[in-house]
Ligand binder design. Structure first.
Ligand SMILES: Cc1ncc(COP(=O)(O)O)c(C=O)c1O
Length: 485
């Protein structure tokens, strides 16, 4: 009898989804023992989820004030038949209109969007896959600056069969993308005989929370034009920019005003309401392309990921309420800024830095100083990560899961929880870091003493246990969690 997988397709039998990756260990730890402020204060706090829960009350308020926006209320039921029967994959005209207007509003009205180019998808996840299917064949590649959102490996590659190749970026220039790094990744692909079909960027960046500046966007559009490849911009965090410096620039603005010689047919945007609105459950994704053939094909493909007409109807009302949307975006930015400030300030108290950022739902935390003597290896990072997950009980995400080439960086999400939970998480990190600092100082004293007394073997061995490994910091029965929770 053959193996069970012989009966299945290569996709079904393969591991391209990524669910079995070792990084799911953190999620499993959270699932087994989730933190709860009242009922389980010793549990694992979920800081691996880029979810925005800070402004949902404003949407709830709007929804209460507008019962007619739902087809399941006395005020809205007159629309029930029209909406429930609607299945055109072009989408409700009023939805596309409202979405186009909103995409302009989110970008400070500095770019305009044509409702006829708005194509629906099942979240940005679906939008990315649709673009992969439209722009590349199996075996062809997109170049992606590192570190990048790990979901791209699933969204772009799993079912379409395309490859993602890294453009290596470094902390020495705050992980900014340079033309040299881009050209080097392009040439390296060519030398291996891999056809590059596009560049995929996320602006604002997940996991960095930083923005791509105008000059870099112009450089990318020019590079794409020169090499006849596509430029795909994931702008899912466009409305999650919480400070004006540096200013946010969308590729849409660049294409309208700053890149006259660049080929618009090569530029495509993926957007969604999952982050800026905190509505990932609505599965509202958008492909916006300047290329007519891509719009046409993506629209046909959208049959596989349509947004339900009920959701379209509701959003058409809400997104076109311009004064509400302006208030929402202002308030959301101010709450994200406050959360970011409190979190990074709390880490600074114990000497932990984060990459300077002004967007997103997370911070890119620098724990390179805690890697011990095995510095700069992915193994040391994972060892430290396991301590943070299992002993400090925080499910943060290690940089290697974002294909970051420099070990010691961690993405920490902090917009998916209330203030009190965030304070508990901060307390845990601070206590952990302070213990580390104390142990390190003690170990150094031992080592120095050991040298003086020539009793190096005993003390030296103990010292190196602390200095080498974050596991030396905490015993399995660590009181840290209880003390800090
Ligand atoms: C950069 C980026 N793109 C796409 C997605 C997927 O979003 P959606 O929930 O809309 O599918 C995420 C989610 O974390 C993301 O961070």
């Amino acid at each position: 009898m053959g193996s069970k997988t012989e009966l299945l397709s290569r996709i079904a039998a393969g591991d391209g989804h990524g669910e079995n990756s070792s990084y799911f260990e953190g999620w499993k730890a959270y699932d087994k023992n989730p933190f709860d402020l009242r009922n389980n204060r010793g549990g694992v706090i979920q800081m691996g989820l880029a979810e925005n829960q800070l402004s949902l009350d404003l949407i709830e308020e709007w929804s209460k004030a507008h019962p007619e926006a739902s087809i399941c209320t006395a005020e809205g039921v007159s629309q029930f038949r029209r909406i429930a029967n609607f299945q055109d994959y072009h989408g409700l005209p009023e939805f596309r209109q409202a979405m186009a207007q909103f995409m302009g509003q989110v970008r400070g009205w500095k770019a305009t969007f044509d409702p006829d180019r708005i194509v629906m998808a099942g979240g940005a996840t679906g939008a990315q896959e649709t673009l992969a299917f439209c722009l590349a064949n199996p075996g062809e590649a997109f170049l992606v600056p590192t570190p990048y959102y790990p979901g791209f490996d699933r969204d772009c590659c799993w079912r379409s069969g395309i490859k993602l190749l890294p453009i290596e970026c470094h902390s020495s220039n705050d992980f900014r993308l340079t033309k040299e790094a881009l050209a080097s990744a392009y040439e390296s692909a060519q030398s291996k005989g891999i056809r590059v079909k596009g560049i995929l960027i996320t602006n604002p960046s997940n996991p960095l929370g930083t923005l791509t500046d105008r000059a870099t966007l112009v450089m990318l559009a020019s590079f794409a034009t020169e090499h006849r490849i596509h430029l795909i911009c994931d702008e899912i965090y466009a409305g999650s920019v919480f400070a004006n410096k540096p200013e946010y620039v969308s590729i849409a603005e660049v294409m309208e005003h700053d890149a006259p010689g660049c080929d618009r047919d090569l530029v495509h945007i993926a957007y969604s309401l999952s982050k800026d609105f905190g509505l990932p459950g609505f599965r509202v994704g958008i492909v916006y392309s300047y290329n007519d053939a891509v719009v046409d094909c993506a629209r046909k493909m959208s049959s596989f990921g349509l947004v339900s007409s009920q959701t379209q109807h509701f959003l058409a009302r809400m997104l076109s309420d311009e004064p509400f949307m302006a208030r929402f975006l202002r308030e959301s930015a101010s709450r994200l800024a406050a959360r970011h400030e409190r979190f990074t300030e709390g880490l600074r108290e114990v000497g932990i830095g984060c990459l300077r950022s002004n967007a997103g739902l997370f911070s890119w935390m620098d724990l390179r100083g805690m890697l011990g003597n095995k510095k700069s290896t992915a193994e040391a990072e994972l060892e430290l990560w396991r301590v943070i997950v299992h002993e400090v009980k925080l499910n943060v995400s290690p940089g290697t899961s974002f294909h970051c080439g420099e070990p010691g960086w961690f993405r920490v999400c902090h917009a998916n929880m209330d203030d009190e939970t965030m304070e508990v998480a901060l307390d845990r990190i601070r206590l952990f870091v302070r213990r580390h600092q104390q142990q390190k100082a003690k170990a150094q004293r031992w080592a120095a003493k050991g040298q003086l007394r020539l009793s190096l073997p005993r003390h030296g061995a103990m010292a190196s246990q602390y200095l080498n490994s974050p596991m030396g910091l905490l015993s399995p029965q660590s009181p840290l969690v209880h003390a800090a929770s």
